[in-house]
Design a binder for this molecule. Sequence first.
Ligand code: NAD
Length: 292
Amino acid sequence: MERVTLRTIGVVGSGQMGRGIAQVAAQSGFDVLLHDQDATALDAARTFIDSSLKRLVEKGRLPEGARAETLGRIRAVADPGAFAAADFVIEAVSERLEVKTRVFAALDAACRTGVILASNTSSLSITKIASATRRPERVIGMHFMNPVPVMELVEIVAGQATSEGTLETTRDLAKALGRTPVTAQDYPGFISNRVLMPMINEAIYALYEGVGGRDDIDAVLRLGMRHPMGPLALADFIGLDTCLAILEILQQGFGDPKYRPCPLLRRMVDAGHLGRKSGRGFYEYGPEGAPR
Ligand code: NAD
């Protein structure tokens, strides 16, 4: 594949991740087309990005003039047809295969032939998503971490048909966005969740079986292994429903009982105790999501 200069990045989905990706791309000098099916999510993303840039200015990490300039590079588009002008597209819509395949089929129709379509999925098969398009060699995983402006890693996921050229362009883009790319093959959980989720699940089992209390388990990993937060606090941060969904994908994908989600995790999800976002998980949270 010939090396192309990327100028305009399309971002689909303006939730937690999409707005962060749009901000980082605009801060890195790219023009951004940001689309969401929900107009209020698009408005909210703009407000969120503006206040995030404002905080960077206050902390002296961004010159005042750059705030308006950066925001000016992001154009919210209601019609996905506008992606005909995009040189590279990153999808960050809800983590449901049927939603993603529908979005990829629409992007395949709207985008120019050579354009790479990347998914920010944390657990779904890139190979399956790619099969919804007529350009599977140009479909790839670009798994940013949350919160995007802060986290350095991008896990690049190569599907069965992803070409070397697509991989190279995507790695270059990740670097141009100031991130560090790491490449993983398209198997359940990639590298990040394949390693992280069994640890979180095991910590929940340790609590369930009474090996230790909540604070003991988190303290062992924080103070003994220098993790910035304990696994139970991290599970709350990610969302217990998300943790359960990823563990189920690992269990089904490998057919291996070692990924069996802990019954306590299931019970908490059934109760609606989803972590920070619901105000209660292993810990309790105030209205701003701060631990109580
Ligand atoms: P979110 O719910 O905050 O945002 C999803 C957005 O997608 C919503 O604004 C929704 O309106 C929009 N959307 C849904 N269907 C759409 C469609 N058909 N067309 C256009 N927009 C549509 O979710 P999120 O946390 O930002 O996650 C997005 C993706 O990023 C998921 O694949 C998730 O697995 C992945 N991810 C999330 C995290 C995390 O910690 N939240 C981390 C890494 C990767």
